[in-house]
Design a protein around this ligand. Structure first.
Ligand code: GLN
Length: 312
């Protein structure tokens, strides 16, 4: 899709106004670092499948990717073992429960259902080939970097904050392990999963990562093929089903695009074949989605008249 600079200015202004009008929410504080990020930061970016980049606000501020990393580790594992193998071992259904739910696991005999909730993401990370935590981590960091089109880095500060408080996720990993659905040493899986959540991305990089999915696996900025085109459909389907956790249905109803949120305040939505929209604003609603991000991305999608279920 080709967008003129005049048209995109209006679209981004609508997104910004909608985001600023959405009040409420609170920074995540169960990870101490996230509570310290200024709540008033707010950025929006759009990257098209042919490589145009547009932004407004604090789109250059680097924030913790958190759960949005789940999408890219899923992509890596699909590349390594095939989409169907991931589907069988992890699943593709919404849990209907919060992202860190233990009950969801118990209800389904230890099968996590979705690679986009913590249990399924830890299981997915445990499927990354590699004979050490560092080897798996290197593959994940390299994958995030190729999606972003530049070298992504771990934040030692975020990682330390998470590694010293991630007891709930460690419990999930042991439950997976006892059910036979953690495919590496469980503490290694949590260690690597925690690192993958602790990288820093800007809103522009996040939109570029999404645009790589929109463009069938080719990064439209670096022009590199990052994943097979055949894996992008299954990834976007997973995002549509569970990308916004318990709000995924409302999001599909209202916006109609595959999306993914993170407790760092990032939110990504993808228009297959055309573009990606990303936003960042730290205060979250009770489901763990950015309040301003939701309003801004929804407004941008509406202004662009893009909704998968409502063809323009
Ligand atoms: N690292 C966070 C966790 O495991 C990610 C959660 C999220 O962004 N929803 O709890």
């Amino acid at each position: 899709m080709s967008i003129t600079p005049e048209a995109i200015t209006t679209v981004l202004e609508k997104g910004r106004a909608a985001g600023l009008a959405a009040s409420g929410g609170k920074n995540a504080d169960y990870i101490p670092y996230l509570a310290s990020v200024p709540s008033d930061l707010f950025g929006i970016a759009v990257v098209t499948a042919d490589g145009q980049v547009f932004k407004t606000g604090d789109a250059d501020f680097a924030f913790a990717i958190e759960s949005i990393s789940k999408v890219f580790t899923l992509a890596l594992v699909m590349e390594k073992i095939g989409a169907e193998a991931v589907h069988k071992k992890v699943g593709a259904d919404p849990t209907g429960l919060p992202f860190n739910s233990v009950i969801a696991l118990e209800l389904h005999g230890g099968r996590p259902l979705s690679p986009l909730v913590n249990a399924g993401a830890i299981a997915t990370t445990s499927l990354v080939p590699g004979d050490s935590a560092d080897a798996c981590w290197k593959a994940i960091l390299d994958c995030q970097s190729r999606f972003a089109g530049r070298q992504i880095s771990l934040s030692d500060e975020v990682n330390r904050s998470e590694q010293t408080t991630n007891f709930h996720n460690r419990a999930i990993a042991w439950l997976l392990y006892s059910a036979g659905t953690c495919y590496s040493d469980p503490m290694q899986a949590v260690d690597v999963y925690t690192r993958q959540c602790s990288t820093l991305v800007t809103t522009i990089e996040l939109a570029t990562m999404g645009a790589t999915l929109a463009a069938g696996g080719i990064n439209p900025v670096s022009k590199e093929r990052v994943i097979a085109a055949s894996n992008t459909g299954p990834i976007l389907a997973e995002m549509a089903m569970e990308g916004l956790y318990t709000a995924s249905g409302d999001w599909a109803f209202n916006v109609g695009l595959p999306g993914k949120s993170g407790v760092g305040g990032g939110l990504l939505a993808v228009v297959p074949g055309e573009l990606a929209i990303a936003a960042f604003s730290p205060p979250l609603d009770p489901a763990g989605n950015s309040v301003r991000g939701l309003a801004a991305v929804a407004a941008v999608a509406k202004a662009l008249d893009r909704n998968l279920f409502q063809p323009h």
